[in-house]
Design a protein around this ligand. Structure first.
Ligand code: PMP
Length: 453
């Protein structure tokens, strides 16, 4: 007997069976799996995705937020094509002009960025930021917040999806590895902080300031749970006082709250910033930006006299190691620059944010009409649908949500042509139309009615 979803997606189901034979679980990232099988896509245009069964969807996944201008935006396409035509190659493997052009753009947009290095993913960007902080301060440990994601590597793949009963006290969370195979070393050298609880965070930091090089954080957890303003202001004050660097992981929030990230909204200058997603215009990319004095510790020509804070004898140190065959890929940077230029045009961000607000309030009205406790939680052009009342300020609060009902609705939405991976957050693009919003609202209404029948 076919699963109800599979009735619409027979070709996806068949392709998945083939994929499973050669790719573990049939997916190239575990998060891309959904039961009974993922939907295999074949085309995209604007706000739409079309699957291998020719079903069309309004896409709210948008490649996990990367596609802020939707699929196949002409300016982004042209920029990539023109760059390849002009250069006569895909990549030089040497420094080139565009690296500086985009770096200058990022410096003009992000208050915390004075210099830039490129990577190939958000994961690599946060990794480089953490290593930079450790080398600069000479301290051995990092701190991260419970529930925050910074990429799937050993040092930070801890306490991302805490199981409440095994994650310790709310004010002093345990370190919970998210995967088998993470060496115990990282559990011992990572400090977990409670998000949006400044008093508990301050206590932990004051006790352990001597060993913590940096705090890495998502200013908006998961792209949708914002740090309280007062929390953020105090955290910046405390970290400055204690000599702990503050790293903003703006892989999700960069370009999505303001073009210059969450730091513009909070008026906070982090010491280091990690970027990714939107920055590549749909191609793989990452970047680290930060204060000149810190960033220059990776300069092979010395940049400045390289003295880490830990090097008391004033001896010269080797530069921080940073490498990558594809770093600063010209085709990628051209696409990213074109994306940023479109976002900077008057009215683009304003319309994107207004449309997101419209969709959110429309959704809230519909659930209210159906008497389902619901709120949208988010900031800028990303939000999530939480089927619960009461404030949602950290990951533990998410346990209040009725994820069973939400998941049922999400599956109905897929059949009605709305693409959200079940339980995933919504990302909006600048090319979602008012008609898309209307259709999305209508689909939610229908999905709830179908479930209640
Ligand atoms: N940090 C954050 C906040 C992210 O959302 C992600 C990706 N979801 C990453 C880091 C890792 O980026 P990537 O998947 O490009 O490696």
């Amino acid at each position: 007997k076919l699963n109800p979803l599979s009735r619409h997606t027979k070709n996806s189901a068949a392709l998945f069976e083939k994929a499973k034979k050669v790719i573990p679980g049939g997916v190239t990232a575990n998060i891309k799996y959904m039961a009974p099988h993922p939907i295999m896509m074949e085309k995209g245009h604007g706000s739409r995705l079309i699957d291998v069964d020719a079903n069309e969807y309004i896409d709210y996944l948008l490649c996990y937020g990367a596609l802020i201008l939707g699929h196949g935006h002409s300016r982004v396409y042209e920029a990539a094509m023109n760059q390849m035509k002009k250069a006569g190659t895909t990549i030089f493997g040497t420094p080139h002009r565009l690296e500086t052009v985009l770096a200058e753009k990022l410096i003009s947009l992000f208050p915390g960025i004075e210099m830039v290095r490129y990577t190939n993913s958000g994961l690599e960007a946060t990794l480089l930021a953490i290593r930079t902080a450790a080398a600069y301060t000479g301290k051995p440990k990092i701190a991260k917040f419970e529930g925050h994601y910074h990429g799937g590597y050993d040092q930070v793949l801890l306490s991302v999806n805490p199981e409440i009963d095994m994650a310790g006290d709310e004010t002093e969370p345990d370190v919970v590895p998210e995967s088998p195979g993470i060496p115990d070393y990282y559990r011992k050298n990572t400090v977990i902080l409670p998000f949006n609880d400044i008093d508990a965070t301050e206590t932990i930091l004051r006790n352990r300031a001597h060993e913590i090089s940096a705090i890495i954080m998502e200013p908006v957890q998961g792209g949708f749970i914002p740090a309280d303003e007062i929390f953020m202001t105090k955290l910046r004050e405390i970290t400055e006082e204690l000599g702990i660097l503050l790293i903003f992981d703006e892989v999700k929030t960069g370009f999505r709250l303001t073009v210059g990230g969450a730091q513009n909204l909070y008026h906070i200058k982090p010491d280091l910033t990690a970027l990714g997603k939107v920055l590549g215009g749909g191609f793989p990319v990452g970047a680290v930006g930060g204060k000149k004095e810190i960033m220059e510790i990776s300069a092979p020509d010395g940049g400045r006299d390289i003295l880490t804070a830990g090097a008391e004898n004033g001896s010269k140190k080797d530069p921080l190691f940073h490498s990558g065959t594809y770093n600063g890929h010209p085709t990628v940077l051209a696409s990213g620059l074109a994306t940023i230029e479109v976002l900077e045009e008057e009215g683009t961000m304003e319309a994107l944010l207004a449309d997101t607000a419209l969709l959110r309030s429309g959704l809230e009205d519909i659930y209210k009409c159906h008497d389902i406790p619901m709120q949208t939680v988010g900031k800028g052009s990303i939000f999530n649908i939480i089927l619960a009342e009461g404030s949602i300020r950290n990951y533990r609060d998410m346990a209040k949500a009725n994820s069973t009902l939400r998941s049922k609705i999400d599956y109905e939405l897929l059949k009605l042509g709305i693409y959200t991976k079940p339980l995933n957050r919504y990302s909006m693009s600048a090319v979602h139309s008012r008609e898309d919003i209307e259709r999305t609202l209508d689909a939610h209404d229908k999905a709830i009615k179908i479930i209640r029948k």
